[in-house]
Design a protein around this ligand. Structure first.
Ligand SMILES: Nc1ncnc2c1ncn2[C@@H]1O[C@H](COP(=O)(O)OP(=O)(O)OP(=O)(O)O)[C@@H](O)[C@H]1O
Ligand SMILES: [Mg+2]
Length: 362
């Protein structure tokens, strides 16, 4: 039976049942005390009073019935109807609606709120899945596009070698070196794809250890300095930390973070005399790592987005700088998986500073 009919039945019950019972009582009384009843009913004032009393009782019953039924309808039937409609829509994959919560704070209001919370969470997760899928498709198409360039070069230079176009040892050497460099580019792109496929599903194989941050950076800066000599970029390093300061980190992944940041500083360097400053600072409970360059800088409006996946201030994929716009999103993911924070400050034309903060492990 539908809820509406049930409510009509309840209403009829509230009004009819007491009326019938009262009538039976009156009939029984009349049968047993007919003389007294007839005597009173012959008096017009008593008869009038009896009719008024009966009408009053019936009115009270009707009023109570209406109030009770409308209360049940408003507080239970309407929310239950909404919930059942909502469940049906969710089952059909529609999550774009809202359940109204009753004004009265009770179990029903709580149920509606929980339902609404569940719907919002479901919607968020569905949207995230759709977004991830579309970003993955974009990533694959980006990397495929980037892979085509070195493949075309490798084919061209290999054909040059086969056809004898490279007819001097120097030319041959140059062709082979180019093929080698292009193969390295491909290797990097394939690694990027493999790594990113893992990061997307939270499958980064972390291996955390307690590391001495000063020793770690001393080695790191030596390595970076050597790599950057050929780019005409000088590295300046300062360390205010206590030599014993330790953090919990995965050395391999931390390296990836630093390489990505330094890689950007090199890629976006536009000064003759490039400089990268690496500063380690003490922050009582945490360690602050600043990596600053004097490169081309980032426009203020772009700074909040550079850690987003695929965000590039230079949107042209054919630009000389290349890249997929995922480097800093990987940095963010790794730093946050370490319980740390990362942010940036930049001035267009002057340079960029990336800050990393990790909790100390005492
Ligand atoms: N040091 C920097 N100087 C100037 N611009 C920067 C710097 N670091 C990042 N950016 C800007 O932020 C954007 C996002 O950086 P991110 O490392 O995520 O991507 P990418 O370097 O373009 O590509 P990928 O790292 O995937 O090869 C870059 O495209 C660039 O515009
Ligand atoms: Mg990058």
């Amino acid at each position: 039976m539908r809820l509406r009919y049930k409510l009509i039945a309840v209403f009829s019950g509230i009004v009819l049942l007491p009326t019938v019972l009262l009538s039976i009582c009156l009939i029984v009384i009349r049968k047993n005390y007919a003389d007294i009843i007839d005597y009173f009913l012959k008096r017009p004032d008593v008869k009038d009073l009896a009719i008024k009393l009966a009408l009053l009782i019936i009115s009270i019953l009707i009023l109570t019935g209406i109030m009770l039924v409308s209360f049940i309808y408003r507080e239970i039937a309407v929310p239950v109807g909404q919930l059942s409609e909502g469940t049906r829509r969710i089952a059909e994959g529609d999550l774009d609606f809202e359940i109204e919560t009753p004004d009265v704070e009770d179990t029903m209001a709580e149920l509606c709120r929980s339902f609404e919370y569940m719907r919002k969470k479901l919607k968020e997760s569905t949207e995230r899945t759709i977004e991830n899928e579309s970003e993955n498709r974009k990533l694959i198409s980006n990397i495929t596009h980037d892979l085509k360039t070195p493949v075309t070069s490798i084919k061209g230079y290999a054909e040059g070698l086969l056809d004898g176009v490279a007819d001097t040892p120097e030319k041959r050497q140059k062709y082979i070196r180019t093929i080698y460099n292009k193969a390295n580019d491909m290797d990097r792109l394939i690694n990027e794809l493999t790594f990113y496929a893992g990061i997307d599903t939270n499958r980064i194989p972390y291996s955390f250890a307690r590391i001495n941050i000063s020793e770690y950076f001393d080695d790191c800066v030596d390595e970076i300095g050597m790599d950057l000599e050929s780019n005409n970029i000088a590295v300046e390093y300062s360390n205010d930390l206590d030599r014993d300061t330790k953090i919990i980190a995965d050395p391999e992944q931390l390296k990836k973070v630093i390489n990505n940041i330094i890689g950007n500083s090199v890629k976006y360097m536009d000064k003759e005399e490039g400089r990268i400053y690496i500063r380690l600072k003490d922050e009582e409970e945490a360690v602050l790592i600043e990596i600053e360059d004097n490169g081309r800088g980032i426009d203020n409006k772009d700074v909040p987005y550079i850690f987003d996946r695929f965000y590039r201030t230079d949107t042209s994929r054919n630009s000389s700088k290349g890249g997929s716009g995922i480097g800093l999103s990987i940095v963010k993911k790794i730093v946050e998986d370490h319980g740390g924070r990362v942010w940036a400050q930049s001035h267009l034309g002057e340079g960029t500073a990336i800050f990393l903060e990790f909790r100390k492990n005492i």
